[in-house]
Design a protein. Structure first.
Length: 126
C-alpha cells in the first residue's frame, strides 16, 4: 500500500510543479507534453486524458496478464493522481490554476489516501 501512496502523492506534486512552471496561464501557451499534443492535434488534451488512458490500459493488461503487484500499484497511483488533479477543472467547477483548484485537488488526493488506507487497515485487522 505504501507504494500506491507514494506514487499517488509524488505524481500529484510533480504534476503540479511542472504544470505551474511550464504553463503560461494568461495566453494558454504550454511547454508541456499535453500542450504540444494540443498544438499538433487541435484537441483540448490534458493530463486527465493521459490518466484515463493509463488506467484503461492498466486494467486491460492486468486482466489479460496479471501484472506484477508493484508495477500495478505504481501505475494505478500515477493514473488516479492525474485524473483527480484535473477532475474539477475538467468538469468546469473551478480553474486548475486557482487556489480553489489546488485546494480541491489536494483534498481529493488526501481523501483517497484516507479511504484507501482505512479500507486496507480494517480489512487487515477484521
Amino acid at each position: 500500500m505504501l507504494i500506491f501512496n507514494v506514487s499517488l502523492l509524488l505524481t500529484f506534486i510533480i504534476t503540479r510543479i511542472l504544470t505551474h512552471s511550464l504553463h503560461d496561464k494568461n495566453n494558454y501557451n504550454s511547454k508541456t507534453i499535453t500542450g504540444k499534443i494540443r498544438e499538433k492535434t487541435n484537441f483540448d488534451f490534458h493530463h486527465i486524458h493521459i490518466g484515463i488512458i493509463i488506467l484503461i490500459l492498466l486494467l486491460i493488461l492486468n486482466f489479460l496478464f496479471i501484472l506484477n503487484n508493484t508495477v500495478f500499484l505504481i501505475l494505478l497511483g500515477v493514473s488516479i493522481s492525474l485524473i483527480l488533479d484535473q477532475l474539477f477543472p475538467f468538469l468546469k467547477i473551478c480553474c486548475y490554476f486557482s487556489k480553489t483548484g489546488i485546494n480541491v485537488a489536494t483534498l481529493l488526493h488526501l481523501l483517497l489516501l484516507i479511504l484507501v488506507n482505512f479500507t486496507f487497515v480494517t480489512q487487515f485487522f477484521f
